[in-house]
Design a protein around this ligand. Sequence first.
Ligand code: NAD
Ligand code: ZN
Ligand code: ZN
Length: 343
Amino acid sequence: MKAIRFVGVGKPAEVVDLPKPTPGPGEVLIKIGGAGVCHSDLHVMDEELGLKGPFTLGHENAGWIAGLGDGITGWKEGDPVAVYGPWGCGRCHTCQTSAENYCENHASLPTMGGGLGSDGGMAEFMLVPSSRLLVPLGKLDPAIAAPLSDAALTPYHAIKQALPILTPDTHVVVIGIGGLGHMAVQILQALSSATIIAGDIDDGKLEHARELGVKHTVNTRNGEEAAEAIRKLTGARGAVLALDFVGAQPTVDLCTKIVGRHSRITVIGLGGGTLHYAANNPPYGTSVMVPYWGSRTELMEVIALASSGRIHPLVEKFPLEKAPEVYQRLRDGKIKGRAVLIP
Ligand code: NAD
Ligand code: ZN
Ligand code: ZN
């Protein structure tokens, strides 16, 4: 079968031929219907994150069960499923609450998940080590649903934690309207009545936010001007939540300038920015969150939101073997919504 491999830091992804895997005891074989192309893969290929190749990329996967290892019950071949991405130990207290994204034993695990240390879903088939990592998709098309498992789950987890402060008289700023950001906007619209302000350096992405119904958009290329424009919209209270899907120095700095007192800065992007602190800067009472992905039950909630039509990933589909070209397009900011590879 064809697969897209991470072969080492500083090297582009390779298209290779691999044998079709066979599920061992407790494992499930998935026929991939779609594998999302996440910006995190660019960090994996560009930066020393401690991940050892080679392995098949793709940590945002959905498809159909194509084989069940010994001991698996309750599932059958052909069932459409999303693959939960952050694989924990499955035994610790936190994993038992379904938040494997915060597994207590993460440091000693051999992989962070399929596509992040071991073979992922940018292939015709993928092995999942346990059926506990599968969530039923119902009627959703796997090719559309793949991004739900990360591009939607990650902002969902971050936004859910902030819901108590997102009252109707508040403003939330979403920075970076790409794969995760365009889902964040829709999740905010579905779950809260806070006013959304979208920020990006790309006017096309801001146009996308307006297509999604966001009234206020601000180009953030000039940080000072952007902060002023946003403060004009929020008034003295400032934003109660800044969701940063870039996490680079200019966006982290922007967050500190636009939130008010007793607010929250949530940094999700892995852009390597540093958050400086001085008296009242960020303003007193601000909490800083650095969430990672989401829990298994939150993935069920995200799938329910999508099944009821309240969120809808905008997907650009590409054949699997186009992955190297698609990564380049993502790097150049030329993907609207999420790119999904279809084997
Ligand atoms: P993407 O490439 O689809 O979108 C990024 C968006 O940010 C684009 O619209 C781009 O125009 C915009 N942007 C880039 N630089 C900017 C700047 N300086 N100011 C304002 N906007 C800017 O990326 P994605 O797949 O949505 O991922 C976003 C980030 O989130 C990546 O860093 C990724 O690694 C990270 N991520 C984190 C988690 C987590 O659990 N913490 C999970 C998934 C992805
Ligand atoms: Zn990702
Ligand atoms: Zn665990």
